[in-house]
Write a protein that binds this ligand. Structure first.
Ligand code: 6PG
Length: 467
């Protein structure tokens, strides 16, 4: 039996997703906390010729009443307390067999908790990550679904219909139970933060180290978007850098305060990575860079004391392109490592190849590379690490000297490149069989008798300092 569809929360993203659903021929009931938005939405849908199968209600209760069971209600409300508040209002209104779908950027731990509470009531819950901004929501986002297989079966038709398509295949899939969908979205955003930071660092080097204008740099990004770096974020960077502020006629970026906002999803990825004893250091660097960017007053004081020189760089655009490429591969690779670790811990069985495929279109981190990432995960991957896949190892080996030149020239001249340097640090660590943790083990044993493993495999050994 096909469920009647409802959508609650007609903000920017909610309205766009609702129009997308109507556009695909499905009937839809909508409502919103303030009823003005409902009237406005019905009007807008009418203008677009999409109001035939639309019903608007001025309250959640009225919306549920108007919907024959079984119902599937999509929540498009801000993550956190508003989601819990809406669920609390909904539960007494719904009947067994009804489904609640949270399509916001929820913390996957909240999703796990909500799944338990809601399913205990005989209802079904889907925690669904949606990526692609307003345009994606309207014309086809990438959708990462978490929940029971039965919940997926019941909602699959509409979710696949509204999702972005890559070579005709829907960029939507059921990736695991409970919190899996929202966790995949969280890691998506972690990678998004990393990629944005890498791009910003490269822009900074071209701008302040090579004296190129924003519009010239934008044009370079435009060219890169035709090559190995082809991606949504490189494409929009090209556009953004060439845009002019209408008020001042200056490059648009030059009138924007350099303090990055963050709602938390990128940070969650870094937190989970560290909690699981992993490290996604490029993502961590990006989270840190956003935090530091917000300390504008401190940076002004710092400039008075240290005056980072940001000296000239003798580097070509080809080096920058290669450095960005390696950085991007490492941030995807680290994201997928976290995904694998969480999938194991929570027993989600997330398929990394399917995840990469779901990200191929519609989402913010979509890039030409994702198809190759999916292939790499389908092949035999040494240690499960993307950086060891033949295809990517060849690219990295080829581009690594450029990343090295960029990071060393940048650091020598006083340019901050935390994400690029993190990528290099990771590769230089993983590309070296014997590291220096022997000393750390010796120190731990020295001060705490913690013991160590000898190279011959004998465990719980102690050093001569305890003889
Ligand atoms: C997407 C975006 C989207 C959004 C977030 C992240 O995939 O469509 O990630 O979910 O932009 O709000 O943003 P912050 O930068 O605000 O943390």
């Amino acid at each position: 039996e096909t469920a009647t569809l409802g959508l609650y929360g007609l903000g920017t993203m909610g309205s766009a997703l609702a129009l997308n659903i109507l556009d695909n021929g499905f009937g839809l009931h909508v409502s919103n906390r303030s009823s003005d938005a409902v009237l406005e939405f019905v009007k807008e849908a009418g203008t677009e010729g999409l109001a035939d199968k639309l019903t608007g209600s001025d309250s959640l209760t009225a919306m549920v009443d108007a919907m024959p069971a079984p119902r599937a209600i999509i929540l498009m409300v801000p993550s956190g307390k508003p989601v819990d508040a809406t669920i609390d209002m909904l539960i007494p209104l719904l009947a067994k067999g009804d489904t609640i779908i949270d399509a916001g950027n929820s913390d996957f731990r909240d999703t796990i908790r909500r799944t338990e509470g809601i399913e205990a009531q005989g209802l079904t819950f889907i925690g669904m990550g949606v990526s692609g901004g307003e345009d994606g929501a309207r014309h086809g986002p990438s959708i990462m679904v978490g929940g029971t297989p039965a919940a997926w079966d019941a909602t699959r038709e509409v979710i696949e219909a509204i999702a972005a398509k890559f070579d005709g295949a829907a960029c939507a899939d059921h990736l695991g139970p409970g919190g899996a969908g929202h966790f995949v979205k969280t890691v998506h955003n972690g990678i998004e933060y990393a990629d944005m930071q890498l791009i910003a660092e490269i822009y900074g080097l071209m701008r302040y180290g090579c004296n190129q204008s924003p519009s010239d740099i934008g044009a370079v990004f435009e060219t890169w978007n035709k090559g190995a770096l082809e991606s949504y974020l490189v494409e929009i960077t090209g556009n953004v850098l060439q845009a002019v502020d209408s008020e001042t006629q200056k490059p648009a970026v030059d009138v924007i305060l350099d303090a990055a906002g963050q709602k938390g999803t990128g940070r969650w990825t870094a937190i989970e990575a560290i909690r699981m004893g992993q490290s996604a250091n490029v993502i961590e660097a990006a989270v840190a860079a956003r935090a530091w960017s917000s300390e504008g007053a401190a940076r002004t004081v710092g400039a008075g004391i240290y005056d980072a020189p940001r000296g000239e760089l003798a580097l070509g655009d080809g080096d920058f392109e290669s450095a960005l490429l390696v950085g991007r591969i490492v941030s995807y690779a680290q994201g997928f490592r976290i995904l694998a670790a969480a999938s194991e811990e929570f027993e989600w069985s997330i398929d990394p190849a399917r995840t990469a495929e779901v990200w191929r279109a519609g989402c913010i981190i979509r890039s030409a590379m994702l198809d190759d990432i999916a292939s790499a995960f389908r092949s035999d991957l040494p240690e499960g690490q993307l950086i060891f896949a033949d295809h990517f190892a060849a690219i990295i080996k080829d581009a690594l000297p450029a990343l090295r030149r960029v990071v060393s020239a940048a650091t020598a001249a006083g340019h901050a490149v935390p994400a690029l340097a993190s990528a290099l640090g990771f590769l230089d660590t993983m590309g070296c069989a014997r590291g220096t943790a022997d000393l750390i083990q010796a120190q731990r044993d020295f001060f705490g008798r913690h013991g160590f493993v000898r190279l011959d495999g004998r465990r719980d050994q102690h050093g001569p300092w305890w003889d």
